[in-house]
Design a binder for this molecule. Structure first.
Ligand SMILES: *Cc1c(COP(=O)(O)O)cnc(C)c1O
Length: 371
């Protein structure tokens, strides 16, 4: 593609070597040795005991929610400003997602709105770290303890990110990741569930593998799915994990470059926070938000960027306004003003780990001209 795509992955380590190993040895299925290696190295990196590699981050959430025994009559509190996968995992389990709004400055779930949503049916809080900053975990840990709720942590955008020096992915009774090519490390498609509870880990492994029994193998007492990661995907994952520290510092450097180059726009648009009191921005993507009273919407700016061959993406569309969930009556559509504002006025610009400094300069120039 000519122009600057919104994401360019970086595959400059042992990816090719390990993939060749898969081909040379014939180990291409989920039975190959890279799968266990990737599971153990990544769970270790995130300070959890068990890793269960799966086909993608959405499936990781589906399996994680089911493994906790969440089902009909249960409720799970989720942010409205997130990807549909969070709501659909709860719904697929037969439970009801209950949404809360996000904060204006970090775009993460507003923890002060959680307690009023708790009912006797509430079983869990699903936290989602958004766009490079983390959820404020301390209030959530306190609420979860007080009301005896489980924490499901969606860390799909936060590999290696830390909350008060503790790794994201270490907070949930189950924590999930995606390794899609725009994530901090990638396996093409892929995901993982982390837990330190051996029984939950075993349930995840069973749900991932059609709930086969050891013996007799083809008799089933439960329904699972085939969500096994291949040895080829895990080979990429092992290579990517070797370089994760470089990748994270590169992302931070790119984010800071954008903020520096776009600093003249500070009074006109909202740029991402560099840090909060509990974390330093990792800039998973570099998001920009227009003020509420701005005459243009994100869509207008994105169209102008497209005319200049610069890729961009809109922010998430709020869960409580998703047409399918409204139509099925699965969600309370009471307005949530911050999520709705971000959806209308927010967009992100090229933020892939393979995006070059030169491209960042070009994007910044174009954006300054447009705004
Ligand atoms: C990417 C992402 C997912 C879904 O992962 P896939 O691998 O694309 O299915 C889930 N949650 C969040 C927060 C994400 O960013």
């Amino acid at each position: 593609m000519s122009g600057i795509p919104v994401n360019i992955p970086l595959l400059n380590g042992n990816e090719k070597k390990y993939l060749n190993e898969c081909i040379d040895t014939g180990w291409i299925s989920s039975e190959g040795p890279f799968v266990k290696k990737f599971e153990s190295e990544f769970s270790n990196y995130c300070n959890q005991d068990h890793g269960i590699a799966v086909t993608n981050g959405t499936t990781a959430l589906d399996i994680a929610v089911k493994a906790l025994g969440i089902g009909p009559e249960d409720e799970v509190i989720i942010p409205s400003f997130t990807i549909i996968s969070c709501a659909s995992s709860v719904i697929q389990a037969g439970a009801k997602p209950v949404v809360v709004d996000c904060l204006e400055d970090t775009w993460n779930m507003n923890t002060s709105l959680i307690e009023e949503k708790i009912t006797p049916k509430t079983k869990a809080i699903m936290v989602v770290h958004i766009y490079g900053l983390t959820v404020d975990m301390d209030p959530i840990l306190a609420i979860a303890k007080k009301h005896n709720l489980m924490i499901i942590e969606d860390s799909a955008q936060a590999h290696g990110q830390e909350y008060k020096g503790k790794k994201c992915g270490s907070f949930g009774v189950v924590s999930t990741f995606s390794f899609y090519p725009n994530k901090n490390i990638t396996t093409g498609e892929g995901g993982m569930i982390l837990t330190s509870d051996p029984e939950i880990a075993e349930r995840c492994r069973s749900l991932r593998n059609l709930c086969f029994m050891a013996d007799p193998r083809f008799v089933h007492y439960e329904l699972g799915t085939n969500a096994r990661m291949t040895n080829m995907q895990a080979a990429l994952g092992c290579a990517q994990l070797e370089q994760i520290d470089e990748k994270l510092s590169l992302k931070r450097k790119m984010g800071k470059m954008y903020t520096e180059q776009l600093s003249v726009l500070k009074d006109k648009v909202i740029l991402p926070l560099e840090r909060t009191s509990y974390c330093e921005n990792l800039y998973w993507v570099y998001g920009i938000v227009l003020p509420k009273d701005h005459p243009l919407d994100a869509m207008d700016i994105m169209k102008k960027l497209r005319d200049e061959k610069v890729g961009s993406r809109p922010f998430f569309f709020p869960i409580h306004k998703q047409p399918i969930l409204n139509k099925l009556g699965l969600i309370d559509d009471t307005p949530l003003k911050n999520s709705e504002w971000l959806a209308k006025k927010g967009f992100y610009i090229p933020s892939g780990i393979g995006t070059t400094e030169k491209q960042i300069e070009t994007v910044s120039k174009v954006l300054k001209r447009i705004i």
